[in-house]
Ligand binder design. Structure first.
Ligand code: ATP
Ligand code: MG
Length: 563
């Protein structure tokens, strides 16, 4: 395992790694050798889907480097492909990058704005004898290209004169040719061991409208030609991309060099972020959305940034996750539990802890007299600054079904016919009898309480076996609570025999639960700990005024199972 690839347990004892990553080392070298003066990075998404957690890594890496070196960071939409405009994707990407805290004010660009300069550079290459117009069909080009073991064959059109190439390229631009009839290719080396260098296509004819430039162009640049030019035009010093572009780097360098940009950017590759038990990859997420396996791009079971935000993840927790995952050249998968660890740690001291009963049974205190009373309960025992609240308590309460057992195992520390337990922030209670439904499920537990054991009264004579949480039946309200598990069941293998994804049928459980009164006025995206049940966040899409719906962000312990 690469050194940069620190494991989460190593890191939890040393959360502030001192050493720089390999990208920072390269940058330091370039600065020292005077190759660059100012560090400029960019994040170049193609607006063809929502961003996911892997993109968050790229954004935070690029933005973090710009910050660290007092440089600049650009958001650039890589929209050189003439596909139908998806303002939805442009808008969502802007929102997500902003939300992550990567500032791109006055630095948002569209690659399609550079079409004129790309065209100029293509003409320039023709003039230098470095590019030619080819008549071979796509099939033939593929055939001529050869493979890893076979060198390529030169196109019979490779030696056209510069004048002829200029004329043909102009005609391509003017719409004289059909799609696929002609291409512009770089003249590099058909025998190169790197297939990307075997006279790659620079421009193709495509009679398609572009969302930004309309019908102005009927030729469009290929990614490998467009991308280095976009970087160079923006004065990017370091173009950070993922490993699949490593073999394209010689071509990237060829383009910026042959186009004679005065300050050629340097491409550096790093490993993509992958995550266990979830689907990353825009194409795959798109399919889940289109097949309606999930409810839109922001379904809280997805790891798009929009979904993570809706689920209740914070930008701080994502930043910490990206940091702990490390920047490396080695391909690896981060564990989903690391992401969960990061959000738990982030919310632990920041959020109040309220009581909610997810699977209720009734608890009746037979010897409790009167209308009830107000108890004062601290909001977070680990952080006094979060203050305390008033909670109503009375004769009838709800407790969790699994906090009472008729025939408990030996180590059971909750309510039984023998064990006395503390009701959190309230009194000691002892079970005296219970009622069941026809199927034998407990529906009501009767107990007695000891008025002398009120929390905070200084009572210390007896020790309770355990403490359980509760809500007051009179004042509690009910709300929909959504419990999530991983979308993909990796224990049985990510894929089924037929190659389809192995979905976890329990990835969403919807429950109607009893919650403490204070939660009734919770606002969308507000989050809390529900004592002993995990962290929850108010759903920002489906909640309505006075009717919050709660998404479970994460349970309190590392477990993928419900309850
Ligand atoms: P996907 O692999 O999900 O289809 P993509 O690479 O097609 O994504 P782009 O919009 O082209 O998506 O990516 C924008 C930037 O984000 C690129 O620089 C790309 O290298 C980077 N990126 C994409 N996926 C990851 C990932 N899993 N980890 C880190 N960076 C990523
Ligand atoms: Mg892409």
């Amino acid at each position: 395992m690469a050194e940069e690839n620190r494991s989460f347990t190593d890191e939890s004892t040393n959360l502030e790694p001192e050493s720089k990553n390999f990208i920072e080392n390269f940058i330091d070298e370039d600065l020292k050798e005077g190759k660059v003066k100012e560090i400029k990075t960019r994040f170049p998404p193609e607006p063809n889907g929502y961003l996911h957690i892997g993109h968050a890594k790229s954004i935070l890496l690029n933005y973090g480097i710009a910050q660290e070196y007092n440089g600049t960071f650009n958001l650039r939409f890589d929209d050189t492909n003439p596909v139908k405009e998806k303002t939805e994707f442009v808008d969502s990407i802007r929102k997500d990058v902003e939300w992550l805290g990567a500032d791109f004010e006055n630095r948002m660009f569209f690659a399609s704005d550079y079409f004129p300069i790309m065209y100029e550079k293509a003409v320039f290459l023709i003039q230098k004898g470095k590019a030619f117009v080819d008549d071979l069909t796509a099939e033939e080009i593929k055939e001529y290209r050869g493979d890893y073991n076979t060198p390529g064959k030169e196109s019979p059109y490779r030696n056209r004169s510069i004048e002829e190439n200029l004329r043909l390229f102009t005609e391509m631009k003017e719409g004289k040719y059909q799609d696929g009839e002609k291409t512009l290719r770089a003249k590099i080396d058909m025998a190169s061991p790197n297939i990307n260098m075997r006279d790659p296509i620079l421009y193709r004819v495509s009679h398609m409208s572009h969302h930004n430039t309309g019908d102005e162009w009927c030729i469009y640049p290929m990614y490998d030609f467009a991308h280095p030019i976009e970087d160079a035009v923006e004065g990017i010093s370091h173009s950070l991309c993922t490993l699949e572009f490593e073999d394209h780097r010689p071509l990237y360098d060829w383009v910026v060099q042959e186009c004679e940009f005065p300050f050629p950017p340097r491409q550096i590759e790093f490993a993509k972020l992958y995550l266990t038990n979830v689907v990353t990859g825009k194409r795959y997420i798109k399919k889940l959305v289109e097949d309606k396996i999930v409810d839109g791009w922001d379904d809280p079971r997805l790891v798009t940034i929009a979904a993570l935000r809706r689920r209740g993840y914070t930008k701080e927790s994502l930043a910490q996750f990206v940091k702990l995952s490390g920047i490396s050249k080695a391909q690896s998968s981060s564990d989903y539990s690391l992401l969960e660890y990061c959000i738990r740690e982030d919310l632990k001291l920041k959020k109040p802890r309220y009581m909610a009963i997810l699977d209720p049974i009734k608890l009746i205190i037979d010897n409790y007299e009167g209308e009830g009373e107000i108890l004062i309960i601290p909001n977070n025992l680990e952080n006094e600054d979060l203050g305390e609240r008033e909670v109503h308590f009375s004769k009838e309460l709800y407790i969790e079904r699994d906090d009472f057992m008729v025939d408990p195992p030996k180590k059971y520390k909750r309510l039984t016919m023998e064990n006395e337990v503390r009701l959190m922030g309230a009194y000691f209670v002892k079970a005296v009898s219970y009622e069941c439904d026809e199927e034998g499920n407990v529906t009501v537990v009767h107990c007695t309480y000891d008025p002398a054991t009120k929390s905070g009264s200084g009572f210390s004579e007896r020790k309770a076996k355990g403490t359980i949480h509760w809500v007051d039946a009179k004042t509690a309200f009910t709300a929909e609570v959504r419990l999530y598990e991983q979308l993909i069941d990796e224990e049985k293998g990510k894929l089924n025999a037929d190659g389809s994804l192995n979905f976890n049928p329990n990835s969403l459980t919807v429950k109607n639960c009893y919650l403490e009164k204070i939660l009734e006025s919770a606002e969308p995206l507000e989050s809390f700990q529900f004592v002993r049940n995990g962290y929850f966040c108010v759903d920002c899409k489906d909640s309505t005024e006075g009717h919050p719906i709660f998404n479970r962000i994460v349970s309190l312990k590392s477990s993928f199972k419900v309850n």
